[in-house]
Ligand binder design. Sequence first.
Ligand SMILES: Cc1ncc(COP(=O)(O)O)c(C=O)c1O
Length: 436
Amino acid sequence: MRRVIRREAGDAMDLFQTCYDYHEPVFARAAGIYPFFLPLEGSEGPVVTYQDKEVVMMGSNNYLGLTHHPRVREAAKQAIDQYGTGCTGSRFLNGNLDLHDELERQLAGMFGYEEALVFASGFLANVGVIAALGSIPGTVIFSERENHASLIDGTRLARGEVRLFGDLADLERQLAAGGDDWPHALVVCDAVFSMTGRVMDLRRLAELKRRYRFKLYVDDAHGIGVLGADGRGAVYDQGVRDAVDLLFGTFSKSLASLGGFVCGEKRVIDWLRHKTRSLIFTAGLPPASVAAALAALGVMRDEASALRTRVWANARYWREGLDAIGYYTMGSTTPIVPAMIGSESLAFRVARDLLDLGVFAIPVPYPVVPYGQSLIRTSVMPTHTRAHLDHALDAFAQVRKRYDIPEFDPDNLPTADHEDWSWFMPDQAKSAQPAA
Ligand SMILES: Cc1ncc(COP(=O)(O)O)c(C=O)c1O
């Protein structure tokens, strides 16, 4: 006879009930302001096609505009001709190409490390490496609270101890409380925070490292390509290469492809090559993506100084334009420029109106930012012309006026303990509310 496991009342809920009760997207769609998974029909870089209409792309990570560079496109096409479309297996087994090895050699050379290891995505690199190192018995991971989800998930898989820190003073307090010798600890942080463009003070972190002797892992997904000499990123920009034991980067932003990598000392990379599950138990990065990344790295080395000059000029023009309209851009100093909106559902509304006005930008609500501090995340490319940026500024000016978006006081930002859905509710949205 089948044994019936008794549950407490309330536990015996249908497994899918949580999914059935998830109404936010339903409301947002009904209100006509659902902003995610929008199917783009084509792209020329700074201009994309959505619903047969050309809109200015202000929401990408294409910081050097290389996704459409002739050298990068051509390399991807040639790789398909030579190797086919996929690796059909793990790099560990049948899916390793001479192209992967060449990419690793070039990355190690470019970033000044003994070796590099290439993964099928940046997410897989972070999650796998942090989980592997964090599972070595005795490891303590110190992870910045605002770190990217892939780092957070790595710490969740790590079997060792994980501690969060808010800022570097907090990190120092926690380190000091445990003495001054932390060679078994790994401090993990983003160099440039992806939504706000905030740059981590890596010099201060390097000073802490000298004092407390921990190991340091830096995710420079958003700095590589745009910051530092030759675009070698925040680590070079701040002159702290020697303090960074493991440097993470991705090909999915400035390097115009897909895939991620970690650079470090030879013996550590070799250990990771044999112990990182997200490298071993997944198929290798496809040939076209490897070749595109290699070509983009070449462009970044040989000819990107003009592109960088343009992206920084555009970043400045764009940020000053938003500031002049009255948006709070959170002190951004990078090509990522946030514009604070406040209410979560208003950020959705604003993104939709921008799209109608011919501008693609991304709403960022809780939990990525605190309640009541939703923003529109924008970023520029060197391939944006002044006409593109002026068109987008005009759209931002119109929506600010339309919704009376306040001038936020950085010392007194709004606080709330729940999401504001009021912009989902007017009109049609109400009729989509499921019956009680
Ligand atoms: C800071 C940061 N790290 C890691 C990743 C993951 O990179 P990928 O998109 O290559 O998986 C991202 C991408 O969103 C990111 O912003």
